[in-house]
Design a protein around this ligand. Structure first.
Ligand code: PEP
Ligand code: MG
Length: 957
């Protein structure tokens, strides 16, 4: 740390800075780390902007205006004591933290503290808080003042607990240094194991625990520390290991002798000089300091940033760092290491589900380097430790009231718990676990509702293979069923290719020997993932399950040649771009494309959803345009149709689209009416089908909305004209002239929505006639019909008034013609910002509002919904937008318009029914917003109905 110059504070021009700094008035502030050294006097606050103030430790980060990264840090003199606690120790029966402190201690740190305090055997250690990480990042990547001293104090507690000391050859203490953010980011940040070894300490360790073990630990440390902390590629160490094994004629690492490992240690130390031109840092405290910094820095590594962006993880302070006394699973055959889930995370079955490796360290299991064995191995060779493990699982499930994911190590028959957290699970697993735990009396229904994420239901609604028995002769390999569901795609061999092909609209299967965290972008882009190596808890398996993405891992039948881009299976070569199908529920790898079908509701899911329905207040409707969609929606629990886009029916057959084109091309109202008369029977029969499917539930039908050009043929002008002359019987000249009249510079803001029905009243008349003829005839057949007519794209009350009187006039006419009537509603979409602002006037004409958040977002932001793709990726990557606003509702802008319109509308008409039918109606965080804003319903696509039902229940609990 470089203290450049002490300065006095004067600030004159920036109100914000003045307010902050005034409180500190006569204080002296140090300017740290500015390069080149700079002294700011007088109006410096006008050129620098204070971005953060930590009152507890009195440190300010400042930025030069318009710069993205902090340029300098202001802090009080280092001698001033800090009041904020940043280091928390834990050990069996005593902990300074607990499970509720995840945001400060990270998930891992909080749960280690909790496990230790409820009496489980946890190796003692300390957790450096996430706030310390945030300070480190803001402090120009130097440890904040006083932190190192706090770490040493915590370390002292651990040393006293263990009677062993860092760097002491006679009583050696080795440490693990692990990351752990508040939200789990598996494998995305760094870990260092076996820290504290050097030539003296390893000799002491050898005398105590055997030479082979000591030097095995030393070479592992040199490799990991070199890779993670010093930036020396792991492959450099791996090459040396493989070369040595080859020269000794050895296949397994475990066959290396102590003297082989000693030789390897020397070679590894040389690797530091080869790669970095400097010696390996042998001072254990230096090793610890560098490792802590490396873990802090891994928070901002490209892969961690990408993972957070894919998983929409925002608002975290940083990663905590857990420094913990090492226990060893590689101390011979009475030792081992494993990971387990307290229930099966794929199916939810109540049975331990895990993997175990004898004589190994944890990273061997998690990284998928060795394919592990199941837990029965442990039961047979370490019965006592296994029994304790079972008891601990029971204690943890009872304590956390959840299915847990546990990491443990057995050192010379003694069990140590290394980690526990809520276990990631598939949708199927989540639903079964929630239902079972209610039946077991472990949780109540309201708690169970929170145990299933809306995304879990998304997985349950994912496709499966139509006929699994039909493809049996095409199964070319079997791997582990790592993440269920089915996927079909063209194979690619790198994460980059997966992303590139996906962006071209292709469905891809990513094929890898094993995946690493660097691959997350490609894994996310792929429809499915196939790996040659790795168990059920390997990186590929864990990440894929979290996303509900189909994955087959540990497929030993295949060989992956990345360089040649070819997959070898039993003498056959499958090249990049060829099609494969994967069954993630069975582990089958199938040649070619297999047909997929949508999944069915299970009994557990039905039970679970019935609980969600009991709890929620918000109604969930569906956007459905055909009788088939309406039935799917109803089967998925929709309580009505919130949006039927009538235009979609026009594409159903050649005759229909021809009639529509005649209507569009018509020059006179008479010609238009003729064309509309052709369309009427089609519309009537579609509406009748929808009313039948939704017997007893409301059906909201929107009058024609899209710009008319959407119905014209595509291609070059000549082609379009040819087609239109054939479809309409008009001359070429007439067609050309009409096209010219119809052409618009900006059709999305042009001749569409209610502007069509106002300009061509006969269009509205035809649609309304079709709706009410269908409604009355269905009603006459005993079906309960509840039609609601919705006018699109209204901006003024007069537009709505015009259409409402037209609708009511036609309805009365049809009722009198048919000798029967029924009740109905007329309302409007609110999708123009002006409509939201004059909602009180509009509500006088409307019986219901339905927010069209697609258009409302388009017009509030001024982002074309069709063209946002051109700049959205840049906006997301630069942090200008946190989400695609067409996917996740913009609560601050669009959301406020919704609140204003709801309030004003209800003030004018208290009985006003208010809902939303844009794409946001099926997005969980947006649904929560709509519920809290007091809307009556959301309407979304039929497959998202269960997700919206759950999201609505979750916001209610
Ligand atoms: C909307 O704008 O949100 C909406 C539902 O209408 P469309 O997407 O058809 O414009
Ligand atoms: Mg719209």
């Amino acid at each position: 740390m470089n203290i450049v110059k002490r300065i006095g504070i004067r600030c004159t021009s920036d109100g914000y800075s003045r307010r902050l700094l005034k409180e500190r008035d006569a204080e002296q502030i140090d300017l740290l780390g500015a390069n080149p050294p700079t002294v700011f006097v007088g109006k410096w606050c006008s050129r620098l902007r204070i971005i953060r103030c930590h009152n507890s430790n009195n440190s300010f980060s400042i930025r030069r205006k318009h710069h993205a990264t902090p340029r300098a840090v202001l802090t009080t003199p280092a001698s001033e004591p800090t009041t904020k606690k940043r280091v928390y120790t834990f050990g069996k029966g005593r902990s300074e933290g607990n499970k509720s402190m995840k945001s400060l201690l990270g998930g891992k740190g909080a749960n280690l503290a909790e496990m230790a305090s409820i009496g489980l055997s946890v190796p003692p250690g300390l957790t450096i808080s996430t706030e310390a990480c945030q300070e480190y990042q803001e402090n120009g990547k130097v440890l904040p003042p006083g932190l190192w001293e706090e770490i040493l104090e915590g370390l002292h507690t651990v040393e006293k607990d263990m009677g062993a000391f860092l760097g002491d050859p006679l009583k050696p203490l080795l440490l693990s240094v692990r990351s752990g953010a508040a939200i789990s980011m598996p494998g995305m940040m760094d870990t260092v194991l076996n820290l504290g070894l050097n030539d003296e300490v390893v000799a002491g360790l050898a005398a105590k625990s055997g030479e082979r073990f000591a030097y095995d630990s030393y070479r592992r440390f040199l490799d990991m520390f070199g890779d993670v902390v010093m930036g020396i590629p792991h492959s450099l160490f791996e090459e040396k290991l493989e070369k040595l094994k080859d020269s000794k004629g050895i296949k397994l690492d475990t066959d290396l002798t102590a003297s082989d490992l000693k030789e390897l240690v020397e070679q590894y130390k040389n690797a530091y000089i080869e790669a970095k031109g400097e010696k390996f840092p042998s001072d254990p405290r230096k090793q610890l300091e560098l490792s802590v910094k490396a873990v802090f820095e891994s928070w901002d590594s490209p892969r961690a940033i990408k993972y957070r962006s894919i998983n929409q993880i925002t608002g975290l302070k940083g990663t905590a760092v857990n420094i913990q006394c090492m226990v060893f699973g590689n101390m011979g055959n009475t030792s081992g290491t494993g990971v387990l889930f307290t229930r099966n995370p794929s199916t939810g079955e109540k049975k331990l589900y895990g993997e175990f490796l004898i004589n190994a360290q944890g990273e061997d299991v998690v990284a998928g380097i060795r394919t592990p064995e199941d837990l029965d191995t442990m039961k047979n060779c370490m019965p006592e430790a296994y029994k304790e493990l079972l008891e601990n699982c029971e204690i943890l499930e009872q304590h956390y009231k959840d299915m847990m994911d546990i990491e443990f190590t057995v050192q010379e028959n003694r069990l140590w718990m290394l980690q526990c957290r809520s276990g990631k699970r598939t949708g199927k697993g989540a639903v079964k676990i929630a239902v079972d735990m209610v039946e077991e009396g472990l949780v109540d229904i309201r708690t169970a509702i929170k145990m299933v994420e809306p995304q879990h239901l998304d997985q349950l609604l994912h496709p499966q293979f139509e006929n699994p028995s039909a493809y049996k002769d095409k199964v070319i390999a079997m791997g582990l069923p790592a993440s269920p569901g089915a996927a079909v795609g063209q194979i690619v061999f790198s994460a980059d290719d997966a992303e590139a092909w996906h962006s071209q609209g292709k469905s891809v299967i990513l094929v890898r020997t094993e995946t690493s965290p660097e691959d997350v972008g490609g894994m996310h882009a792929a429809a499915g993932i196939l790996t040659a190596r790795g168990g059920m808890t390997s990186h590929a398996a864990v990440v894929a399950r979290g996303w509900g993405k189909c994955c087959v891992s540990g497929c030993a039948d295949i060989r992956v040649n990345d360089a040649e881009k070819v997959l070898l299976v039993g003498g056959n070569a499958i090249n990049e771009g060829e099609w494969l199908s994967l069954n993630g529920s069975t582990g089958e790898v199938i040649l070619g494309k297999q047909p997929l079908s949508p999944p069915a509701m299970t009994a557990d899911l039905e039970t679970f959803m019935s609980w969600a329905d009991e709890i929620r207040h918000l109604k969930v409707m569906a956007n459905a345009d055909t009788p088939e969609d309406a039935l799917t929606a109803r089967n998925n629990g929709a309580q009505g149709i919130g949006l039927c886009r009538t235009e979609h029916m026009f594409f159903a057959s050649d005759e229909r689209i021809k009639a529509v084109r005649r209507m569009i091309m018509a020059v006179t109202a008479e010609q238009r009416k003729e064309a509309l008369n052709l369309l009427l029977p089609y519309q009537r029969s579609d509406f009748a089908g929808i009313f039948r499917a939704m017997d007893g539930l409301p059906v909201t039908i929107r009058l024609l909305d899209p710009p008319l050009h959407e119905f014209l043929p595509e291609g070059d002008l000549e082609q379009i004209v040819n087609e239109l002359t054939a479809d309409t019987g008009m001359s070429e000249e007439e067609v050309y002239s009409r096209i010219e009249k119809l052409s618009e510079v900006n059709p999305m803001l042009g001749f569409r929505g209610c502007r069509l029905g106002i300009s061509y009243p006969e269009l509205t008349e035809m649609q309304v006639r079709a709706i009410f003829q269908a409604a009355v005839s269905m009603s006459n057949q005993g079906i309960t019909v509840l039609p609601e007519i919705m006018v699109p794209l209204v901006g003024t009350p007069h537009e709505l008034g015009h259409q409402v009187s037209l609708v009511r006039g036609v309805a009365s006419k049809v009722f009198s013609e048919m000798g029967s009537s029924l009740s109905y509603k007329v309302g409007t979409m609110i999708e123009i910002p002006r409509a939201a602002l004059v909602a009180d006037e509009i509500a006088k004409e409307a019986e219901f509002f339905s927010f069209g958040t697609n258009d409302l977002t388009q017009m509030t932001f001024g982002y074309s919904r069709d063209d946002i793709g051109k700049f959205l990726p840049v906006y997301l990557s630069k942090g200008i937008l946190q989400h695609d606003p067409f996917e996740v509702l913009d609560q601050k802008g669009v959301g406020q318009l919704i609140k204003i319109a709801t309030e004003r509308g209800r003030a004018a008409r208290p009985s006003l029914k208010v809902g939303i039918c844009g794409e946001h109606g099926g997005e969980p965080s947006s649904v929560a917003f709509f519920a809290e804003a007091g809307l009556d319903y959301v309407s979304c696509s039929p497959f998202r109905v269960p997700i919206a039902r759950l999201a609505a229940a979750q916001v209610a609990v």
